[in-house]
Design a protein around this ligand. Structure first.
Ligand code: SAH
Length: 505
Protein backbone atom coordinates (compact mmCIF):
# COMPACT_ATOMS: atom_id res chain seq x y z
CA UNK A 1 0.00 0.00 0.00
CA UNK A 2 1.27 3.44 -0.87
CA UNK A 3 1.46 6.15 1.76
CA UNK A 4 -0.51 9.41 1.94
CA UNK A 5 0.73 12.90 1.21
CA UNK A 6 -0.56 15.33 3.85
CA UNK A 7 -0.46 19.11 3.34
CA UNK A 8 -0.42 20.71 6.76
CA UNK A 9 -1.13 24.38 7.31
CA UNK A 10 0.88 25.53 10.30
CA UNK A 11 -0.67 28.98 10.53
CA UNK A 12 0.98 32.38 10.35
CA UNK A 13 3.75 32.00 12.92
CA UNK A 14 2.68 31.32 16.46
CA UNK A 15 2.93 27.57 17.38
CA UNK A 16 -0.23 28.07 19.42
CA UNK A 17 -2.10 28.77 16.18
CA UNK A 18 -1.75 25.25 14.76
CA UNK A 19 -5.08 23.46 14.78
CA UNK A 20 -5.58 20.31 16.85
CA UNK A 21 -5.93 18.44 13.55
CA UNK A 22 -2.59 19.84 12.37
CA UNK A 23 -0.84 18.69 15.54
CA UNK A 24 -2.43 15.21 15.22
CA UNK A 25 -1.43 14.92 11.58
CA UNK A 26 2.08 16.10 12.35
CA UNK A 27 2.52 13.57 15.15
CA UNK A 28 1.28 10.67 13.07
CA UNK A 29 3.45 11.43 10.02
CA UNK A 30 6.44 9.23 9.21
CA UNK A 31 8.25 11.88 7.21
CA UNK A 32 8.07 15.65 7.78
CA UNK A 33 9.03 17.93 4.86
CA UNK A 34 9.50 21.68 4.72
CA UNK A 35 10.71 24.19 2.15
CA UNK A 36 13.60 26.57 2.76
CA UNK A 37 15.46 29.22 0.85
CA UNK A 38 18.98 28.33 -0.33
CA UNK A 39 21.04 27.82 2.80
CA UNK A 40 18.14 29.21 4.81
CA UNK A 41 16.09 27.84 7.60
CA UNK A 42 12.46 26.84 7.29
CA UNK A 43 9.87 29.14 8.83
CA UNK A 44 7.31 26.36 8.73
CA UNK A 45 9.66 24.09 10.63
CA UNK A 46 10.35 26.75 13.25
CA UNK A 47 6.60 27.14 13.82
CA UNK A 48 5.84 23.42 14.07
CA UNK A 49 8.92 21.72 15.48
CA UNK A 50 7.73 21.61 19.07
CA UNK A 51 5.15 19.05 17.89
CA UNK A 52 7.65 16.78 16.06
CA UNK A 53 8.29 13.20 17.26
CA UNK A 54 11.96 12.45 17.79
CA UNK A 55 11.87 9.34 15.59
CA UNK A 56 10.43 11.07 12.51
CA UNK A 57 12.35 11.35 9.27
CA UNK A 58 12.90 14.83 7.82
CA UNK A 59 13.20 16.17 4.29
CA UNK A 60 14.51 19.68 3.84
CA UNK A 61 13.22 20.91 0.46
CA UNK A 62 15.89 23.49 -0.18
CA UNK A 63 15.28 25.77 -3.15
CA UNK A 64 18.19 25.94 -5.57
CA UNK A 65 20.38 29.01 -5.81
CA UNK A 66 19.08 31.98 -7.78
CA UNK A 67 19.38 32.91 -11.49
CA UNK A 68 22.97 33.98 -12.08
CA UNK A 69 24.64 31.03 -10.46
CA UNK A 70 22.86 28.26 -12.38
CA UNK A 71 24.24 27.54 -15.86
CA UNK A 72 20.76 26.91 -17.38
CA UNK A 73 18.89 29.70 -15.58
CA UNK A 74 16.38 29.82 -12.77
CA UNK A 75 13.48 27.98 -14.45
CA UNK A 76 15.70 25.05 -15.34
CA UNK A 77 17.11 25.01 -11.83
CA UNK A 78 13.59 24.89 -10.39
CA UNK A 79 12.55 22.14 -12.79
CA UNK A 80 15.54 20.08 -11.65
CA UNK A 81 14.69 20.82 -8.03
CA UNK A 82 11.11 19.63 -8.41
CA UNK A 83 12.15 16.45 -10.26
CA UNK A 84 14.57 15.67 -7.49
CA UNK A 85 12.18 16.26 -4.59
CA UNK A 86 9.37 14.42 -6.39
CA UNK A 87 11.66 11.41 -6.58
CA UNK A 88 12.62 11.71 -2.92
CA UNK A 89 9.03 11.98 -1.70
CA UNK A 90 7.76 9.29 -4.10
CA UNK A 91 10.24 6.87 -2.62
CA UNK A 92 8.77 7.46 0.87
CA UNK A 93 5.20 7.22 -0.41
CA UNK A 94 5.96 4.03 -2.35
CA UNK A 95 7.32 2.57 0.87
CA UNK A 96 3.91 3.20 2.46
CA UNK A 97 4.99 6.15 4.57
CA UNK A 98 2.80 9.10 5.54
CA UNK A 99 4.55 12.19 4.20
CA UNK A 100 3.63 15.55 5.75
CA UNK A 101 4.51 18.76 3.92
CA UNK A 102 4.36 21.91 6.04
CA UNK A 103 2.99 25.18 4.71
CA UNK A 104 3.03 28.52 6.47
CA UNK A 105 -0.59 29.71 6.72
CA UNK A 106 -2.88 27.48 4.71
CA UNK A 107 -1.67 24.98 2.09
CA UNK A 108 -4.24 26.17 -0.44
CA UNK A 109 -3.26 29.87 -0.41
CA UNK A 110 -0.12 30.88 -2.34
CA UNK A 111 1.89 27.94 -1.02
CA UNK A 112 4.70 25.84 -2.48
CA UNK A 113 2.73 22.78 -1.42
CA UNK A 114 0.39 23.25 -4.38
CA UNK A 115 2.91 22.53 -7.11
CA UNK A 116 4.30 19.60 -5.21
CA UNK A 117 0.81 18.16 -4.74
CA UNK A 118 0.22 18.35 -8.49
CA UNK A 119 3.46 16.51 -9.21
CA UNK A 120 2.53 13.83 -6.69
CA UNK A 121 -1.08 13.76 -7.83
CA UNK A 122 -1.16 9.96 -8.18
CA UNK A 123 -0.84 9.44 -4.43
CA UNK A 124 -3.69 9.82 -1.96
CA UNK A 125 -3.64 13.30 -0.42
CA UNK A 126 -5.13 15.03 2.58
CA UNK A 127 -5.14 18.72 3.49
CA UNK A 128 -5.14 20.09 7.02
CA UNK A 129 -6.29 23.71 7.02
CA UNK A 130 -4.19 26.39 8.66
CA UNK A 131 -4.92 29.95 9.74
CA UNK A 132 -3.88 32.20 6.86
CA UNK A 133 -1.94 35.42 7.37
CA UNK A 134 -4.88 37.22 5.72
CA UNK A 135 -7.11 36.91 8.75
CA UNK A 136 -4.28 36.73 11.27
CA UNK A 137 -3.14 40.17 10.11
CA UNK A 138 -6.61 41.65 10.58
CA UNK A 139 -6.76 39.98 13.99
CA UNK A 140 -3.40 41.49 14.95
CA UNK A 141 -4.67 44.91 13.86
CA UNK A 142 -7.94 44.36 15.67
CA UNK A 143 -9.81 45.57 12.61
CA UNK A 144 -12.62 43.77 10.80
CA UNK A 145 -11.60 42.77 7.29
CA UNK A 146 -15.05 42.90 5.77
CA UNK A 147 -18.52 43.56 7.05
CA UNK A 148 -22.02 43.22 5.67
CA UNK A 149 -21.85 43.45 1.89
CA UNK A 150 -18.24 44.53 1.58
CA UNK A 151 -16.17 42.66 -0.97
CA UNK A 152 -12.72 41.52 0.19
CA UNK A 153 -9.91 40.84 -2.27
CA UNK A 154 -6.64 39.05 -1.62
CA UNK A 155 -4.09 40.64 -3.94
CA UNK A 156 -0.50 39.53 -4.59
CA UNK A 157 1.69 42.62 -4.22
CA UNK A 158 3.89 41.24 -6.99
CA UNK A 159 1.35 42.39 -9.62
CA UNK A 160 2.15 45.32 -11.89
CA UNK A 161 0.94 48.76 -10.89
CA UNK A 162 -1.84 48.64 -13.50
CA UNK A 163 -2.99 45.23 -12.33
CA UNK A 164 -2.96 46.40 -8.71
CA UNK A 165 -5.16 49.35 -9.69
CA UNK A 166 -7.57 47.09 -11.55
CA UNK A 167 -7.79 44.60 -8.67
CA UNK A 168 -8.36 47.31 -6.11
CA UNK A 169 -11.06 48.96 -8.16
CA UNK A 170 -13.40 45.99 -7.76
CA UNK A 171 -13.28 45.53 -3.99
CA UNK A 172 -14.09 47.40 -0.78
CA UNK A 173 -11.37 45.93 1.40
CA UNK A 174 -8.14 44.15 0.58
CA UNK A 175 -5.15 42.25 1.84
CA UNK A 176 -1.88 42.41 -0.10
CA UNK A 177 0.28 39.31 0.29
CA UNK A 178 4.00 39.09 -0.53
CA UNK A 179 4.43 42.73 0.42
CA UNK A 180 8.17 42.90 1.25
CA UNK A 181 10.01 44.64 -1.56
CA UNK A 182 6.73 45.54 -3.27
CA UNK A 183 5.82 47.93 -0.46
CA UNK A 184 6.55 51.22 -2.32
CA UNK A 185 4.50 50.12 -5.33
CA UNK A 186 1.49 49.11 -3.23
CA UNK A 187 1.71 52.31 -1.20
CA UNK A 188 1.75 54.40 -4.38
CA UNK A 189 -1.31 52.64 -5.82
CA UNK A 190 -3.23 52.97 -2.55
CA UNK A 191 -2.39 56.66 -2.41
CA UNK A 192 -3.55 57.13 -6.00
CA UNK A 193 -6.88 55.51 -5.14
CA UNK A 194 -7.30 57.67 -2.05
CA UNK A 195 -7.04 54.63 0.21
CA UNK A 196 -3.77 55.31 2.02
CA UNK A 197 -5.54 56.71 5.07
CA UNK A 198 -7.27 53.34 5.50
CA UNK A 199 -4.18 51.16 4.95
CA UNK A 200 -2.07 49.35 7.52
CA UNK A 201 0.80 46.91 7.50
CA UNK A 202 1.18 43.84 9.65
CA UNK A 203 4.74 42.50 9.83
CA UNK A 204 5.74 38.99 10.95
CA UNK A 205 2.28 38.21 12.25
CA UNK A 206 2.48 35.63 15.02
CA UNK A 207 6.27 35.51 14.77
CA UNK A 208 8.92 37.06 16.90
CA UNK A 209 9.08 40.74 16.07
CA UNK A 210 5.38 41.07 15.16
CA UNK A 211 4.37 44.67 14.62
CA UNK A 212 1.59 46.67 13.02
CA UNK A 213 1.38 50.29 11.97
CA UNK A 214 -0.30 52.67 9.57
CA UNK A 215 1.04 52.25 6.09
CA UNK A 216 2.02 55.89 5.69
CA UNK A 217 4.17 55.58 8.81
CA UNK A 218 5.90 52.33 7.86
CA UNK A 219 9.58 52.20 6.90
CA UNK A 220 9.93 50.79 3.37
CA UNK A 221 13.50 49.75 4.15
CA UNK A 222 12.30 47.51 6.94
CA UNK A 223 9.64 45.43 5.23
CA UNK A 224 10.37 41.69 5.31
CA UNK A 225 8.77 39.09 3.04
CA UNK A 226 6.50 38.00 5.88
CA UNK A 227 4.41 41.14 5.88
CA UNK A 228 1.02 42.04 4.51
CA UNK A 229 -0.81 45.28 3.81
CA UNK A 230 -4.40 45.49 4.96
CA UNK A 231 -7.17 47.85 3.89
CA UNK A 232 -9.80 46.91 6.48
CA UNK A 233 -13.50 47.62 6.56
CA UNK A 234 -14.63 51.11 5.58
CA UNK A 235 -17.47 50.93 8.07
CA UNK A 236 -15.60 52.30 11.01
CA UNK A 237 -12.21 53.55 9.98
CA UNK A 238 -10.83 53.41 13.48
CA UNK A 239 -9.44 56.59 14.82
CA UNK A 240 -6.77 55.01 16.93
CA UNK A 241 -4.08 52.43 16.56
CA UNK A 242 -1.67 52.13 19.43
CA UNK A 243 -3.38 55.10 21.02
CA UNK A 244 -2.43 57.48 18.23
CA UNK A 245 -5.06 59.62 16.66
CA UNK A 246 -5.61 59.17 12.96
CA UNK A 247 -6.61 62.35 11.22
CA UNK A 248 -10.15 62.08 9.86
CA UNK A 249 -10.36 62.77 6.13
CA UNK A 250 -11.72 66.23 5.32
CA UNK A 251 -15.20 66.60 3.88
CA UNK A 252 -15.48 66.71 0.11
CA UNK A 253 -17.89 66.68 -2.81
CA UNK A 254 -17.36 64.11 -5.55
CA UNK A 255 -19.54 64.50 -8.62
CA UNK A 256 -19.95 61.17 -10.38
CA UNK A 257 -21.64 59.84 -13.49
CA UNK A 258 -23.48 56.53 -13.16
CA UNK A 259 -23.33 55.86 -16.90
CA UNK A 260 -26.39 55.49 -19.10
CA UNK A 261 -28.79 53.09 -17.44
CA UNK A 262 -26.97 49.79 -16.94
CA UNK A 263 -25.08 48.97 -13.74
CA UNK A 264 -22.25 47.40 -15.77
CA UNK A 265 -21.58 50.83 -17.29
CA UNK A 266 -20.83 52.39 -13.90
CA UNK A 267 -17.05 52.52 -13.56
CA UNK A 268 -15.35 50.76 -10.62
CA UNK A 269 -13.97 54.15 -9.55
CA UNK A 270 -17.48 55.58 -9.30
CA UNK A 271 -18.77 52.49 -7.48
CA UNK A 272 -16.04 52.89 -4.89
CA UNK A 273 -16.88 56.58 -4.36
CA UNK A 274 -20.53 55.60 -3.90
CA UNK A 275 -19.67 52.90 -1.38
CA UNK A 276 -17.48 55.23 0.65
CA UNK A 277 -19.86 58.19 0.67
CA UNK A 278 -21.52 59.34 3.85
CA UNK A 279 -24.15 61.25 1.84
CA UNK A 280 -25.61 60.79 -1.65
CA UNK A 281 -27.17 63.82 -3.28
CA UNK A 282 -29.09 63.89 -6.55
CA UNK A 283 -32.20 63.79 -8.63
CA UNK A 284 -34.50 61.10 -7.22
CA UNK A 285 -34.41 58.92 -10.36
CA UNK A 286 -30.61 58.76 -10.32
CA UNK A 287 -30.20 58.28 -6.56
CA UNK A 288 -32.57 55.31 -6.84
CA UNK A 289 -30.05 53.65 -9.16
CA UNK A 290 -27.49 53.64 -6.34
CA UNK A 291 -27.60 50.54 -4.10
CA UNK A 292 -28.64 51.51 -0.57
CA UNK A 293 -26.03 51.14 2.14
CA UNK A 294 -26.60 51.12 5.86
CA UNK A 295 -25.49 54.36 7.49
CA UNK A 296 -25.50 56.32 4.26
CA UNK A 297 -27.84 59.31 4.03
CA UNK A 298 -29.69 59.89 0.74
CA UNK A 299 -30.83 63.38 -0.20
CA UNK A 300 -33.31 63.13 -3.05
CA UNK A 301 -34.47 66.15 -4.97
CA UNK A 302 -36.41 67.28 -7.99
CA UNK A 303 -34.60 67.46 -11.33
CA UNK A 304 -34.85 71.22 -11.57
CA UNK A 305 -33.25 72.45 -8.38
CA UNK A 306 -29.64 72.10 -9.48
CA UNK A 307 -28.20 75.13 -7.69
CA UNK A 308 -29.92 74.34 -4.38
CA UNK A 309 -28.81 70.73 -4.64
CA UNK A 310 -25.24 71.81 -5.34
CA UNK A 311 -25.16 74.21 -2.42
CA UNK A 312 -26.62 71.59 -0.12
CA UNK A 313 -23.85 69.18 -1.14
CA UNK A 314 -21.16 71.81 -0.53
CA UNK A 315 -22.61 72.63 2.89
CA UNK A 316 -22.66 68.97 3.90
CA UNK A 317 -19.01 68.67 2.82
CA UNK A 318 -18.12 71.69 4.88
CA UNK A 319 -19.56 69.85 7.89
CA UNK A 320 -17.05 67.06 7.19
CA UNK A 321 -19.27 64.74 5.12
CA UNK A 322 -18.01 62.71 2.16
CA UNK A 323 -20.68 63.75 -0.30
CA UNK A 324 -21.29 62.14 -3.66
CA UNK A 325 -23.48 64.00 -6.15
CA UNK A 326 -24.87 61.66 -8.80
CA UNK A 327 -25.68 62.29 -12.44
CA UNK A 328 -26.57 59.83 -15.15
CA UNK A 329 -24.07 59.32 -17.94
CA UNK A 330 -21.08 61.60 -17.50
CA UNK A 331 -21.35 64.28 -14.80
CA UNK A 332 -19.75 66.86 -17.07
CA UNK A 333 -22.23 66.42 -19.94
CA UNK A 334 -25.44 68.41 -19.36
CA UNK A 335 -25.25 67.39 -15.71
CA UNK A 336 -24.25 68.24 -12.17
CA UNK A 337 -20.48 68.84 -12.42
CA UNK A 338 -20.70 72.34 -13.85
CA UNK A 339 -23.63 73.15 -11.55
CA UNK A 340 -21.58 72.26 -8.48
CA UNK A 341 -18.50 74.13 -9.71
CA UNK A 342 -20.53 77.20 -10.57
CA UNK A 343 -22.01 77.33 -7.08
CA UNK A 344 -18.59 76.68 -5.55
CA UNK A 345 -17.15 79.56 -7.56
CA UNK A 346 -19.96 82.10 -7.26
CA UNK A 347 -21.12 81.46 -3.70
CA UNK A 348 -17.76 81.19 -1.95
CA UNK A 349 -17.20 77.47 -1.43
CA UNK A 350 -13.59 77.44 -2.65
CA UNK A 351 -12.55 75.85 0.66
CA UNK A 352 -14.46 72.64 -0.15
CA UNK A 353 -12.61 70.06 -2.30
CA UNK A 354 -14.69 69.12 -5.35
CA UNK A 355 -13.72 66.14 -7.50
CA UNK A 356 -15.31 64.96 -10.74
CA UNK A 357 -15.26 61.28 -11.71
CA UNK A 358 -16.04 60.53 -15.37
CA UNK A 359 -18.77 58.25 -16.61
CA UNK A 360 -19.84 56.95 -20.00
CA UNK A 361 -22.09 59.50 -21.64
CA UNK A 362 -25.36 58.42 -23.29
CA UNK A 363 -24.11 59.28 -26.79
CA UNK A 364 -21.45 56.59 -26.55
CA UNK A 365 -23.90 53.93 -25.40
CA UNK A 366 -26.44 54.89 -28.07
CA UNK A 367 -23.81 54.93 -30.82
CA UNK A 368 -22.54 51.49 -29.84
CA UNK A 369 -26.03 50.00 -30.26
CA UNK A 370 -26.05 50.63 -34.02
CA UNK A 371 -22.33 50.65 -34.78
CA UNK A 372 -20.35 53.87 -35.05
CA UNK A 373 -22.49 56.84 -36.13
CA UNK A 374 -20.14 59.17 -34.22
CA UNK A 375 -17.04 57.71 -35.87
CA UNK A 376 -15.81 61.11 -37.08
CA UNK A 377 -16.24 64.71 -35.87
CA UNK A 378 -19.48 65.16 -33.97
CA UNK A 379 -21.26 67.54 -31.61
CA UNK A 380 -23.33 67.02 -28.47
CA UNK A 381 -26.27 69.41 -28.26
CA UNK A 382 -28.96 69.73 -25.64
CA UNK A 383 -32.25 70.69 -27.25
CA UNK A 384 -33.62 71.97 -23.96
CA UNK A 385 -34.44 75.66 -23.89
CA UNK A 386 -34.88 75.58 -20.12
CA UNK A 387 -31.37 76.88 -19.44
CA UNK A 388 -30.64 78.68 -22.72
CA UNK A 389 -32.93 80.55 -25.15
CA UNK A 390 -34.33 78.63 -28.12
CA UNK A 391 -32.59 81.09 -30.45
CA UNK A 392 -29.28 79.95 -29.12
CA UNK A 393 -30.26 76.31 -29.59
CA UNK A 394 -31.20 76.83 -33.22
CA UNK A 395 -28.05 78.83 -33.93
CA UNK A 396 -25.94 75.96 -32.68
CA UNK A 397 -27.95 73.35 -34.57
CA UNK A 398 -27.54 75.35 -37.76
CA UNK A 399 -23.80 75.70 -37.18
CA UNK A 400 -23.30 71.98 -36.68
CA UNK A 401 -25.65 70.94 -39.49
CA UNK A 402 -23.96 73.47 -41.77
CA UNK A 403 -20.54 72.09 -40.82
CA UNK A 404 -21.69 68.60 -41.88
CA UNK A 405 -21.01 66.99 -38.52
CA UNK A 406 -22.93 64.15 -36.92
CA UNK A 407 -24.75 65.17 -33.76
CA UNK A 408 -26.10 63.55 -30.62
CA UNK A 409 -29.14 65.39 -29.33
CA UNK A 410 -29.67 65.30 -25.57
CA UNK A 411 -32.91 66.40 -23.87
CA UNK A 412 -34.83 66.42 -27.17
CA UNK A 413 -38.26 66.58 -25.52
CA UNK A 414 -40.12 66.35 -22.24
CA UNK A 415 -43.75 66.25 -21.20
CA UNK A 416 -43.88 70.04 -21.50
CA UNK A 417 -41.39 70.57 -24.33
CA UNK A 418 -43.07 68.89 -27.27
CA UNK A 419 -42.57 71.09 -30.34
CA UNK A 420 -38.77 71.35 -30.38
CA UNK A 421 -38.03 68.11 -32.25
CA UNK A 422 -40.23 69.09 -35.23
CA UNK A 423 -38.53 72.46 -35.49
CA UNK A 424 -35.10 70.84 -35.12
CA UNK A 425 -35.96 68.42 -37.92
CA UNK A 426 -37.04 71.26 -40.21
CA UNK A 427 -33.82 73.18 -39.59
CA UNK A 428 -31.54 70.20 -40.21
CA UNK A 429 -33.44 69.39 -43.42
CA UNK A 430 -32.29 72.75 -44.75
CA UNK A 431 -28.73 71.41 -44.64
CA UNK A 432 -28.98 67.62 -44.93
CA UNK A 433 -30.60 65.13 -47.30
CA UNK A 434 -33.88 63.53 -46.11
CA UNK A 435 -32.09 60.14 -46.43
CA UNK A 436 -29.58 61.07 -43.68
CA UNK A 437 -29.59 58.27 -41.08
CA UNK A 438 -31.16 59.14 -37.72
CA UNK A 439 -31.01 56.91 -34.65
CA UNK A 440 -33.86 57.14 -32.18
CA UNK A 441 -32.68 55.52 -28.96
CA UNK A 442 -34.75 55.29 -25.82
CA UNK A 443 -33.55 54.21 -22.35
CA UNK A 444 -30.44 52.49 -23.64
CA UNK A 445 -28.96 50.02 -21.14
CA UNK A 446 -32.22 49.66 -19.20
CA UNK A 447 -34.83 46.90 -19.60
CA UNK A 448 -36.98 49.36 -21.60
CA UNK A 449 -34.28 49.95 -24.19
CA UNK A 450 -35.64 50.59 -27.66
CA UNK A 451 -33.50 51.65 -30.61
CA UNK A 452 -34.62 52.29 -34.18
CA UNK A 453 -32.83 53.56 -37.25
CA UNK A 454 -34.81 55.88 -39.49
CA UNK A 455 -34.05 58.81 -41.80
CA UNK A 456 -34.25 62.53 -41.26
CA UNK A 457 -37.19 62.74 -43.66
CA UNK A 458 -39.11 60.02 -41.82
CA UNK A 459 -38.27 60.98 -38.24
CA UNK A 460 -41.52 61.03 -36.25
CA UNK A 461 -41.23 63.66 -33.47
CA UNK A 462 -44.12 62.14 -31.52
CA UNK A 463 -42.07 59.07 -30.50
CA UNK A 464 -39.40 61.20 -28.84
CA UNK A 465 -39.52 61.76 -25.08
CA UNK A 466 -37.24 62.67 -22.17
CA UNK A 467 -35.56 59.27 -22.11
CA UNK A 468 -34.73 59.45 -25.80
CA UNK A 469 -31.60 60.51 -27.61
CA UNK A 470 -31.41 61.35 -31.29
CA UNK A 471 -28.27 60.83 -33.29
CA UNK A 472 -28.30 62.53 -36.68
CA UNK A 473 -25.65 61.47 -39.18
CA UNK A 474 -23.44 63.57 -41.43
CA UNK A 475 -23.29 63.27 -45.24
CA UNK A 476 -20.64 60.60 -44.65
CA UNK A 477 -22.90 58.49 -42.43
CA UNK A 478 -24.11 55.23 -43.94
CA UNK A 479 -26.89 52.87 -42.87
CA UNK A 480 -26.78 49.29 -44.17
CA UNK A 481 -28.06 45.82 -43.29
CA UNK A 482 -26.17 42.86 -41.90
CA UNK A 483 -27.32 39.36 -40.92
CA UNK A 484 -27.11 40.70 -37.40
CA UNK A 485 -29.41 43.67 -38.03
CA UNK A 486 -29.04 47.23 -39.30
CA UNK A 487 -25.81 49.17 -38.81
CA UNK A 488 -24.78 52.81 -39.11
CA UNK A 489 -21.30 54.22 -39.33
CA UNK A 490 -19.79 57.59 -40.14
CA UNK A 491 -16.80 57.18 -42.39
CA UNK A 492 -13.45 58.18 -41.00
CA UNK A 493 -12.63 59.57 -44.45
CA UNK A 494 -13.99 62.66 -46.04
CA UNK A 495 -14.38 61.80 -49.69
CA UNK A 496 -13.28 58.46 -51.16
CA UNK A 497 -11.70 55.98 -48.77
CA UNK A 498 -8.09 55.11 -49.61
CA UNK A 499 -9.01 51.55 -50.61
CA UNK A 500 -11.37 52.63 -53.39
CA UNK A 501 -15.01 53.39 -54.08
CA UNK A 502 -17.60 53.87 -51.38
CA UNK A 503 -20.41 51.30 -51.61
CA UNK A 504 -23.74 52.82 -52.65
CA UNK A 505 -26.19 53.42 -49.80
N1 SAH B 1 -25.12 63.40 -18.13
C1 SAH B 1 -25.91 62.62 -19.02
C2 SAH B 1 -26.89 63.44 -19.82
C3 SAH B 1 -27.99 64.10 -19.04
S1 SAH B 1 -29.13 64.95 -20.06
C4 SAH B 1 -25.00 61.84 -19.95
O1 SAH B 1 -23.80 62.12 -20.01
O2 SAH B 1 -25.47 60.92 -20.61
C5 SAH B 1 -30.41 63.75 -20.19
C6 SAH B 1 -30.56 63.27 -21.61
O3 SAH B 1 -29.56 62.32 -21.93
C7 SAH B 1 -31.85 62.53 -21.87
O4 SAH B 1 -32.91 63.41 -22.15
C8 SAH B 1 -31.51 61.71 -23.10
O5 SAH B 1 -31.51 62.51 -24.26
C9 SAH B 1 -30.06 61.36 -22.82
N2 SAH B 1 -29.92 60.02 -22.19
C10 SAH B 1 -29.41 59.78 -20.97
N3 SAH B 1 -29.39 58.45 -20.73
C11 SAH B 1 -29.90 57.85 -21.82
C12 SAH B 1 -30.12 56.49 -22.19
N4 SAH B 1 -29.82 55.50 -21.35
N5 SAH B 1 -30.64 56.23 -23.42
C13 SAH B 1 -30.93 57.24 -24.28
N6 SAH B 1 -30.74 58.53 -23.97
C14 SAH B 1 -30.24 58.85 -22.76
Amino acid sequence: MTGTLVGIGVGPGDPALLTVAAVDALRSADVVCYHAKPGGTSHARAIAEQYFRPDQMHELLEYPVTTGTHPDGYAAALAGFYTEITERLSAHLDAGKTVAVLSVGDPMLYSSYQHLARLLGDYPQRIIPGIPSVTAAADALGMPLAEEDEVLSIIPATLSEDALHASLATCDTAVFMKLGRNFPKVKKVLAEQGLLHRAYVAVKVGMEGQRTCRMDEADPADMPYFSVAVVPTAHDVRSDLGGEDVEKPKGSVTVVGLGPGAARWTTPEVSRALREATDIVGYTTYVKRVPERPGQVRHLSDNRVEAERSEHALQLAREGKRVVVVSSGDPGVFAMASAVLEVQHTRGYEDVPVHVLPGMTAAQAVASRVGAPLGHDFALISLSNRLKPWDQVTRRVRAVAGADMAMAIYNPASKKRTWQVQEFKDIVLEYREPETPVIVARAVGSPEEHVTITTLGELDPSVVDMRTMLVVGASTSVAYSTDDGPRVYTSRYYGTPEWGEKPSQ
